[in-house]
Design a protein around this ligand. Sequence first.
Ligand code: FAD
Ligand code: 2HG
Ligand code: ZN
Length: 480
Amino acid sequence: MDDRSFLDGLTDIVGPSGIATAAADLAPWLTDWRERVTGDALALVSPKNVGQVQAIVRLASEAGVVIVPQGGNTGMVAGGVPCPGDRAILLSLRKMNAIRSIDAADNSLTAEAGAILSNVHAAAEEHGRRFPLSLGAKDSATIGGLIATNAGGTQVLRFGSMRNLTLGVEAVLPDGSLFEGLSTLRKDNRGYDLRQLLAGSEGTLGIITAASLKLIPAAPHRTVAWIGLGSASDALALLRLLESEVGDAVESFELVPQAALELVLKHIPGTRAPLAGEHRWNVLTELRSASDPEDLRSQCESGLAGALDQGLIADAVIAESEGQAEAFWKIREVISEAERADGRAAKHDVSVPVSAMPRFIEDATQAVEDRFAGTRVVAFGHLGDGNVHFNVRAPASGDDAKWLAETGPQVSSFVHDLTHGVGGSLSAEHGIGQLKLSEFARVTDPTLLSALRAIKQALDPRGIMNPGKLVPLANPDDNP
Ligand code: FAD
Ligand code: 2HG
Ligand code: ZN
């Protein structure tokens, strides 16, 4: 089928308002958030219902055209944009954004794939419930994209990542059939779990059209503290101390180095440092429980006083109001934006055993900065999950784009080898996409890679679902 007939067929399915082919309409969606890849597409197609998604998939399969599912295009590994040179369509789920139902007694909510995370938060809150996964891109990231990347975020410590919070999935498979898996069962042991296979599949096995999500009771009061301290190992000791004081009320425990705070203050208007002095490391922690907010606050105060006595922390401030709590969170959530505004960096999303992370940060920073002269490591993020974004900034002088193209791959291999050496992962929460594909192939057990290819082949024998992402080709030289 030639391109013209294919596009006519798509227009018949979604109507003229559901398809765009003009370069200006496609451009914002063809480049990834980190501005690392710009792909090609014949059209941006925006179905309004599941039937249209099925018809699009069948037509693309017949025409041999690649489908790239896309939600908010906030992914960090260029999984949601086509590969350069692909004969592809961008399949946007953004118009399928309804909250289909909320069952407060069941603690569950069912939403279409294009529903934006902050809208899901608001819908749950209206019913006295909470959807406890959040991240900096919450105003753009969609439920489909979050499941497809098995996103993590800032509450994983207590509630797990997206796959732990996904009870059921509805998805169109590569042959156009519909998997009607929108169950909200807490227990269901009927063999292989297609829902869990689709979680983290990055659009390579099918198109998620809706999902049922786990809710928890609302806990409207929170205690948010910003703490200055001297080392990442003191930060981890602080986490364990707080947990012994307040149990699992500790929901978030995020590490922010002074260098990241400085980037935020420099690039993001309206931000200001929570503490008067400078500290090599900072922690942002949030505690929530159903108990009296004053109890939680005093437990937090006593935990922090204990930490001060033990010399674990240098200074701390507990937010006095929701506004101040939001201001602390803003600093944490805009680090990526500030980093992007400051220039190019080789970005890594590594996890190691939680107890090994402080040492890893110290040793790997030293090793990288010694080996690659002039680079500056900014390691921040989810210390409580053993996951930091170990980002290596280009030397301050010189052409950072050139540095990233020429030296970035060596830096990344070096960081991933260090990570692998302590039993870690090169992708804690962002996925593989296009950007990590060759490194994933390089450091991963060949048995696992064969199993991934076998699953892909079984479900998508024509290879139309988001090729060039996540599943490395058998011949390493063929990977981008
Ligand atoms: P997209 O970027 O559009 O797509 C992501 C992937 O999912 C692609 O492979 C795409 O093909 C696939 N996909 C999208 N929709 C579907 C669908 N319906 N069916 C099948 N496949 C689909 N991530 C974290 O884990 N933790 C964080 O703390 C975090 N913070 C972030 C902060 C910022 C400022 C930004 C910009 C991103 C952050 N992310 C974080 C990245 C995170 O992965 C994305 O925000 C989110 O998971 C992707 O959702 P999206 O709708 O934008 O998906
Ligand atoms: C975060 O935790 C995101 O803020 C983005 O996962 C990380 O930009 C990054 O490296
Ligand atoms: Zn993160």
